[in-house]
Structure formats: C-alpha cells, structure tokens
Design a binder for this molecule. Structure first.
Ligand code: 0X9
Ligand code: ZN
Length: 442
C-alpha cells in the first residue's frame, strides 16, 4: 500500500515536472535588438535611463546585458514591441545609442543551436564548441578514473532541481598545509564561456606538476546546472537558478546576489521577477549554501578565490558592494590584478582592465567574491569577466572559445605562481624566525 502511495506521488511529481517544462515555449528573441547606450560620467545623470530600464526589465520586454562605467556604455536587449518607445525615450533625452545586434534571435541560432545535437562527447572534452550539461558531467566523472592520484570528484550538494553540484579537488599528495586555490564557474547560466574556462584550467593543471605539487585546487565548474540547461533549451539569456519564488509567474534567484555579505544592498533587487533577484533570504539557495560550505571548510589555508564570469574583459577585486571602502590589502590585489592583465596581453594580445567592480562597472552586493573576501577572509579574491566587451556579449562565437579560455588560464596561472612564491616567502620567514628564537635548530 505504502509503495503504491509513494509511486503515485512520485509519478505525479514526475508528470508535473515534465509537463511544466515542456509546456513552456522556447524564447527565441526573434526581432530583438541589442542597443549600446551611452552612459554619462556622473551616475545621477543616468537616473532617467535606469528608471526606464527598471520599469521595463521585470516585464521581460527588455534586458540589461552589461553596463560598463569605464567604457561609458551599457548594452540592452530590447523586444520589437518596446523598441520604438525606448529609442524615442533615448532620443528626446539626448542619450546616444547604436544598434550592435539587429536580430538577436538570428545571432543565437547561428552561434549555438546548429552545433548542439551533432554528437555526444562521451567523457571527452572540447573547446571547439560549447559543451552541454551532460557532456560536462560525463567528462568530470571520467577524470578521477583517468587521474586517480591527482583528481578527487565529489558531489558537494544538489541544485534546486536535484542535480549534483560537483567539486573537483586537484592535488598531488594530499597535505593539510598546502595553500588552496578555489575556483567557481557557471554561477550565471548564460555565461557559457565560464564553465568552459574552468574545465580548461583543470586540463592545464593535470599537465602542470608544479601547480599540483605546491597547491591544492578546489574547482566547482558548474555551480548552476539547472540554469545552464534552461539557457540551452528554453532561454539563451537566462541568468538565475531555477528556484520557485513567492511570485507565481517568476522563477529564479540570482546566485551572485544571494551570499550573506551586505546582502540586499546596492545593485540587487528584492523583486522575484528581476534578473538580479536576491532570494527570500541570504543563502536561501542550495547552490550558494554548497559553495559557502566548501569555501569555509578550508578557509584558513585558502589563499585565492576566483569567480569566472563574462563579459567585459576585466579582472576585478573586492569590493563590489561599495566604491567608498577599500580592502586592507587593496595594493596587493591591484598589483596582482594588473600583472594578470599583462600576462593575458602578452599571451593573447587582448586588453583587459583591472580594478574593483564598483569603480569600473557598477556596485553589486551579495556576490560570491565579496563573501569570500569579507567573511572567508581569503587574501586574493578576483572575478574574471572574460570576453568580449559587448559586441557579442554572452553569445560569444565558438571560434572565440579557445582564445578566451586561454585568457582565463593565463591569469590563473600567474595567480597560482604568485601564491606559490608568497607561500615560499612566508615559510622562509617562519623558519628564520624560529631559528632566531632557537638557534640550535639551524
Ligand atoms: O553582476 C554580477 O554578478 C557580475 N557581473 S555579470 O555581468 N557576470 O553578471 C559581477 C560580480 C562582481 N563581483 C564579485 N563576484 N566580487
Ligand atoms: Zn556573471
């Protein structure tokens, strides 16, 4: 009897689940345009534009894709129904704009869908095209079998829809004193280049003994699997996870607004329909709780934390929630950030900028990076905003995957060597202090 009841309940759940997704139409973005809009120098001069956007963005007829204070532009995707109103608004307010994509639907179709179903990479990895969720998982699952002495794969938690949240621990010979570098990828569903970049780092680490001998790496390449799948199948520009909210018609929490450090302050929204929805409380989401728990487990020996995003070509360090406070080690953060930018330029001949997210872009709060710095007290915290600067945005063509994931590798390789060198200096110092106290140890 119990079995019958359980199976009826299960079947109903499964049926409801599949029904709910299959009845949703795919959002095609046919006829949508992407406009690049001028931003004024003084933030208050952008108030009109921001109010307009604020009113419209929750209605899903417009979406802010990126805003770059440094370059003085913002990219906005606009539906055909809103286009006339919006351009009229810009014109009467003397705000200049250009159209950078004239049919977003076409662009999405030509850079994604055609490659998707050709073949399934079973356990293999490629950077010639984007890998779908199942391909990423099958690659991750094979790694510990191929590199048993280097790679440990664990399921650190489950997403809202019950998918595994994988954690890779990569090191040769485990030791509880090695410095840790933590990397998160795929927080934002539509930034497909992010999990790809994390996987490319993993591939390099497996071939670079120095970096696994001296360091322990913790990599969560796809922290938002539900959103990633939704972005592949239903809405290419989906950003959040897939949690139910208090609003019957709006789904999803922005995981990078859900961390408990200045949660709910500037640059975030308490409206469930907003793409930057903070969630019902800090750490309301299983994805952010899982990341937090892994991060805090070894926080005292974690030297660096890197969150991989796109786009903007920037290497950012805390704080993101404010432009007024500076972190105590801001000098070092800035120096290392600039060196990473240089390392990318010498390898790929492409320009990135370094600074705090607040200065260069806009203020946002409740991010994984600010949490890692503010609560985890991790010394070196960076957010990588990979290519490009807005022409392709999230719909980065597949020809740019290899060079772009290489940008991330060049930056992270530099950072890793910096951590190793600083660790050496620190342990030399500790040894010589010990020797001064106990000269017979010499
Ligand atoms: O707004 C965000 O969450 C990130 N930009 S994105 O365009 N990829 O959405 C930036 C977050 C920056 N801050 C930290 N993680 N510290
Ligand atoms: Zn992002």
């Amino acid at each position: 009897m119990l079995i019958m009841v359980v199976s009826v309940v299960l079947l109903t759940l499964i049926f409801r689940g599949t029904n709910a997704t299959s009845s949703e139409l795919q959002k095609t973005y046919t006829g949508w345009q992407v406009l690049q809009v001028e931003l004024k120098k003084r933030p208050k001069d952008n108030k009109l534009f921001e109010d307009f956007l604020d009113l419209e963005k929750d209605t899903y007829s417009m979406q802010l894709l990126g805003k770059n204070r440094n370059r003085g532009v913002a990219e906005v995707a606009v539906s055909p129904q809103t286009l006339t109103d919006f351009t009229h608004f810009l014109t009467i307010n003397n705000i200049t704009f250009t159209s950078v994509v004239d049919d977003l639907g076409n662009k999405i179709e030509s850079t994604g869908a055609s490659e998707r179903a050709e073949y399934f990479l079973n356990g293999d990895v490629t950077f010639d095209r984007y890998m779908n969720h199942d391909e990423i998982i099958s690659y991750l699952e094979l790694l510990p079998r191929q590199y048993p002495h280097l790679v440990k794969l664990t399921v650190a938690g489950r997403s809202v829809e019950g998918r595994p949240l994988h954690l890779l621990t990569i090191t040769s010979s485990h030791s509880s004193t090695k410095p840790v570098i933590f990397i998160d990828g795929g927080i934002h569903a539509r930034e497909w280049i992010s999990p790809a970049a994390a996987l490319n780092v993993v591939g390099h680490l497996l071939q670079t003994p120095k970096l696994t001998r001296n360091l322990e790496w913790k990599v969560m390449p796809l922290i938002n699997p539900d959103g990633y799948i939704y972005s592949w199948t239903k809405d290419r520009l989906w950003r959040k996870n897939r949690a139910w909210t208090q609003s019957a018609s709006c789904v999803g929490v922005d995981l990078n607004r859900n961390f408990d450090f200045h949660w709910g302050e500037a640059g975030s929204s308490d409206r469930p329909c907003s793409p930057e929805y903070i969630g019902s409380q800090a750490f309301s989401e299983p994805e952010t709780r899982t990341l937090r728990d892994i991060l805090l487990r070894d926080y005292n020996r974690t030297q660096a934390f890197v969150s991989i995003h796109s786009y903007g070509q920037a290497i950012l360090h805390p704080w993101s929630y404010t432009t007024t406070a500076t972190r105590s080690n801001a000098g070092r953060l800035e120096r290392v950030g600039k060196d990473m930018v240089e390392s990318i330029f010498s390898g790929e001949r492409v320009s990135y900028i370094a600074g705090t997210f607040g200065e260069l872009f806009y203020t946002v709060s409740g991010t994984s990076g600010d949490y890692a710095a503010g609560v985890g007290e991790i010394p070196l915290v960076y957010t990588l905003e990979l290519r490009d600067t807005g022409a392709a945005g999230f719909i980065l063509p597949k020809e740019l995957i290899i060079p772009t994931v290489n940008d991330a590798w060049l930056a992270i390789e530099y950072l890793a060597n910096h951590v190793i060198a600083s660790d050496l200096v620190a342990s030399e110092l500790a040894r010589s202090q010990k020797q001064q106290r106990r000269p017979w140890l010499r």
